[in-house]
Design a binder for this molecule. Structure first.
Ligand code: 2P0
Length: 325
């Protein structure tokens, strides 16, 4: 039996990954940039065990169905093929999220799985190699190998597509991200399906690609200069442009709910009131607000007039992946 365990934290993109050039290898159409957070993480143990006759995936103590297990098995197949191994595995994962709010993330999940497999089989991977491996499970997972700011350089092959830490001299520790939980009755479109449909059918997708590398350059400059407004402005604009592409997909869709729009407007109002803060959204209705730590209390007080406190979760910059003995 080979056993390994790892913990990985989720990350939120400030410059989004949106679209694949190669679905099998998970090579993205564009580079992206993220902040790894401390508030949400996954711990995963993997047991490659010769007594098993199939892969087993247990999440938060519950055995998962064949559809959930298929994504895990596909990743394990890759490991088995690379390592010339024929054992099935039991994967035991626990998601640590402050509430059951649909915040479980494939980034932390697949990064933790890659780390656990690497530990179990003593692969002795470099961070770059681990990032490439995690990418094969879920694109955004390649960024969760690193703490703080990370850039996923799109590359053009399995070898050249991986994330790197962005040197920031600890500036990320002056920042916070406030999650606003938004209720949503709409049926989910996974980010995997959403980005595929957008790449294949959205007439706005070319506009996304035209701007994203310039956005990334501005974001990196902002990090270097510790310029909060510059980083926030480009992140907000980039996120809006990503969400814009979905409106022109066939059939069209959006991840926004009416409440998401209300929260976006609240962020604009907070800014008008002299409080620097910026929003971003992913493949769901929750809104994430980037704010400097020194303004976090003021932002919470501002929002408290409009939103119940239980809807807010605060996160700070988090660490990179960790092996658990
Ligand atoms: C991101 N998202 O950069 C973007 C923004 C969602 C919106 O990466 O198909 O779960 O497994 O590579 O990584 C979520 O997509 O997709 C995502 P796959 P993934 O964070």
């Amino acid at each position: 039996m080979y056993v390994g365990k790892a913990r990985a934290y989720t990350n939120i993109a400030l410059i989004k990954y949106w679209g694949k050039k190669d679905e099998r290898l998970i090579l993205p159409m564009n580079s992206s940039l993220s902040l790894t957070l401390d508030a949400f993480y996954t711990e995963t143990s993997v047991y490659f065990d010769k007594s098993l006759t199939e892969d087993l995936f247990v999440l938060d103590g519950k055995k998962q169905d064949s559809k959930q297990t298929a994504k895990i098995s596909k990743f394990l197949d890759l490991i088995r093929q690379q390592q010339n191994l024929s054992l099935f595995a039991r994967v035991d994962s626990q998601n640590f999220v402050p509430t059951a709010a649909g915040l479980a993330s494939s980034a932390s999940g697949l990064a933790a799985l890659a780390g656990a497999c690497s530990e179990a089989l003593d692969l002795q991977l470099t961070e770059t190699e681990l990032s490439r491996l995690a990418r094969r499970g879920s694109g955004s997972a390649c960024r969760s190998i690193f703490g703080g700011f990370a850039e996923w350089q799109k590359g053009d092959s399995d070898q050249t597509s991986f994330a790197k830490a962005i040197p920031s001299e600890g500036w990320e520790n002056e920042l916070a991200m406030l999650f606003v939980l938004v209720d949503d009755g709409v049926k989910d479109i996974s980010s995997r399906d959403g980005m595929k449909r957008t790449v294949e059918t959205s007439s706005f997708y070319s506009g996304w690609l035209e701007n994203v590398e310039a956005d990334l350059a501005i974001a990196k400059e902002a990090i270097k200069e510790r310029d909060f407004n510059k980083l926030g402005e480009v992140a907000e604009a980039n996120g809006l442009r990503m969400h814009g592409t979905t409106l022109a997909a066939v059939p069209p869709f959006t991840y926004w709910s009416p409440e998401s729009l209300n929260v976006m407007q609240l962020v604009r109002s907070a800014r008008q009131a002299g409080l620097p803060c910026y929003f971003t959204m992913d493949a769901g209705p929750n809104v994430k607000i980037l704010v400097e730590k020194k303004n976090l209390t003021a932002l919470k007080n501002f929002l408290a007039e409009y939103l119940p406190e239980q809807k807010l979760i605060t996160a700070f910059a988090g660490p990179g992946i960790e092996a658990i003995p």
